[in-house]
Design a protein around this ligand. Structure first.
Ligand SMILES: [Fe+2]
Length: 395
C-alpha cells in the first residue's frame, strides 16, 4: 500500500523564538490578525508581549480571550462573530490545544460558514477533504507540550447537543507555522505539564499501533514516534519537578510535535476511550484520561505489533531477551504503569470517573472511529476491565 507523509507546517523552535513572530506574520502580507487565547494564558503574562511584538511589526491585533477547554461549538461561534467583525488576514493562536483548535475551527467556520460538521470524521465516515474556500494563514504558539495541535490537521471541538467530541480533520486546517518557544512553557503548573506530556506520550505510542499504522508501516512515522517517546521518558519527570528547567522544557516541546507527526496514522484505544471518558464523565483532562487505559491496550495488541513493541520495551528498559511477545507485552504494561506513577498520573477515581459510568463509556468507545479501524477489537468485558483497573490506580 502506498504511504504518504505531508508536513506542510513550517516549524520554528527554540527558547525565545516567539520574538520573531511579527516578522513571519508580516511576511504573509497580513495587516490585521485575530489573536486567540484563554484567560489563564493572559493572566500568566504570555499574551501581551506577543501582541506587542505583532504591533511593533505594524500589524493591527484584535483579541479573543474566551477559549474554553474541550472547545464547545458555542465558543467557536462566538469567536467567529468577533472574527467576522474585524476580518483578519491571519490568526495567531496562543495556548494549549484548546486555543489552537479553537482558532483552527474559527478560521474554517469564518471562511466556510456552516460547514464545520461536514468535516467531522465521526459524522461523515472518515472522509477527509478540503474546505471549499481557502483558509487564512494560522500561526500556532503552544504554551503546553503535548497536544501537537501546532502541526496537526485536526481540531477537536465539543458538540454539547450530541454529547460528542468532533474531530474535524482536513489538511487545510494545518497551521502555516508552529512557533514553538519553550520559554512560554516554564510557568506551566506540574499537573498540566504531566497531563499534556502524557498526551504526547499517548500520541506517539498509539501512532505506532493504530489500524492504519499496521496497514501502512512507515519507518519515517515510527522514527518520529520513537524519538518522541524517548524524549518524554527522559524529560517529563524533570519538567514536572522543575518547570524552569529549560532543557527539559525544550525537549518536551520537541516531543509534542514529533509525537503528533508520529501519529498521522491515527490512534488506538487510548484516545478512543479517553474521549469516551471525557464525554460520559465530563472530565476535562485530555492527557490524563487518554493515557489511562493505554498500558492495557499495548499488552492486548502485543501479537499485532511485535516489532514496535520491542522498540517500545527497550525505551522503557524492559528486558526482551528470550521472552515471548506476550511476556514482553505484559512487562511493557507494567513499565508504563511505573512511568505513570513517576509522573503522578491520578487514577480515574481521583479524576472523577464513577464506576457507574463504565457501561456508558464502553458503549461510546465502540462507536469511536479508531475502534472501528482497530487491528484487534477489545470486547466490552475487556474494556470494562481496563477502566476498572485504571479506576483503582497504578500500584
Ligand atoms: Fe491527544
Amino acid at each position: 500500500m502506498d504511504y504518504r507523509f505531508d508536513l506542510p507546517t513550517k516549524i520554528l523552535a527554540g527558547p525565545g523564538c516567539s520574538a520573531q513572530l511579527g516578522v513571519h506574520v508580516g511576511a504573509t502580507g497580513a495587516k490585521r490578525v485575530l489573536c486567540v487565547y484563554d484567560k489563564g494564558v493572559e493572566a500568566a503574562g504570555i499574551v501581551d508581549p506577543i501582541v506587542a511584538n505583532l504591533e511593533a511589526a505594524g500589524i493591527e491585533v484584535a483579541r479573543f480571550s474566551g477559549v474554553q477547554p474541550d472547545p464547545p461549538l458555542e465558543v467557536v461561534e462566538e469567536c467567529t462573530a468577533t472574527a467576522a467583525g474585524m476580518k483578519p488576514d491571519a490568526f495567531v493562536a496562543v495556548g494549549g490545544g484548546s486555543s489552537i483548535d479553537t482558532a483552527k475551527a474559527v478560521n474554517a467556520n469564518l471562511m466556510n460558514p456552516g460547514k464545520l460538521k461536514d468535516h467531522a470524521i465521526q459524522l461523515n465516515g472518515l472522509k477527509v477533504f478540503p474546505f471549499e474556500n481557502r483558509l487564512k494563514p494560522l500561526f500556532a504558539l503552544p504554551t503546553t507540550a503535548g497536544t501537537g495541535s501546532e502541526v496537526s490537521q485536526g481540531a477537536v471541538v465539543t458538540d454539547s447537543e450530541l454529547k460528542l467530541k468532533l474531530s474535524v480533520i482536513t489538511p487545510d486546517m494545518t497551521p502555516t507555522m508552529a512557533v514553538v518557544d519553550p520559554s512560554l512553557m516554564t510557568g506551566m503548573p506540574p499537573n498540566v505539564t504531566a497531563s499534556t506530556g502524557l498526551d504526547a506520550f499517548a500520541h506517539a505510542v498509539e501512532g505506532m499501533m493504530s489500524g492504519l499504522a499496521i496497514l501502512t508501516p512507515s519507518p519515517m512515522r515510527d522514527s518520529f514516534a520513537l524519538t518522541a517517546i524517548e524524549l518524554v521518558i527522559n524529560n517529563l519527570p524533570t519538567a514536572i519537578k522543575d518547570g524552569k528547567d529549560i532543557a527539559a522544557r525544550t525537549n518536551m516541546a520537541y516531543a509534542a510535535f514529533m509525537a503528533m507527526l508520529g501519529s498521522t496514522s491515527g490512534y488506538s484505544m487510548g484516545h478512543v476511550m479517553g474521549h469516551a471518558i471525557g464525554e460520559v464523565s465530563s472530565i476535562h483532562n485530555h492527557g490524563f484520561i487518554c493515557a489511562s487505559v493505554l498500558p492495557f491496550n499495548v499488552e492486548f495488541l502485543a501479537e499485532k505489533i511485535p516489532t514496535q513493541l520491542i522498540k517500545l520495551a527497550r525505551l522503557l528498559n524492559v528486558d526482551t531477551d528470550g521472552r515471548t511477545v506476550e511476556a514482553i507485552g505484559s512487562a511493557v504494561n507494567s513499565a508504563m504503569r511505573d512511568f505513570y506513577r513517576a509522573c503522578g498520573l491520578p487514577s480515574l477515581k481521583e479524576l472523577g470517573m464513577a464506576t457507574g459510568d463504565i457501561k456508558e463509556i464502553v458503549s461510546h468507545s465502540t462507536k469511536g472511529t479508531w475502534y472501528m479501524l482497530a487491528p484487534k477489537k477489545p470486547t466490552e468485558e475487556e474494556m470494562s476491565g481496563w477502566l476498572q483497573a485504571a479506576y483503582e490506580g497504578w500500584d
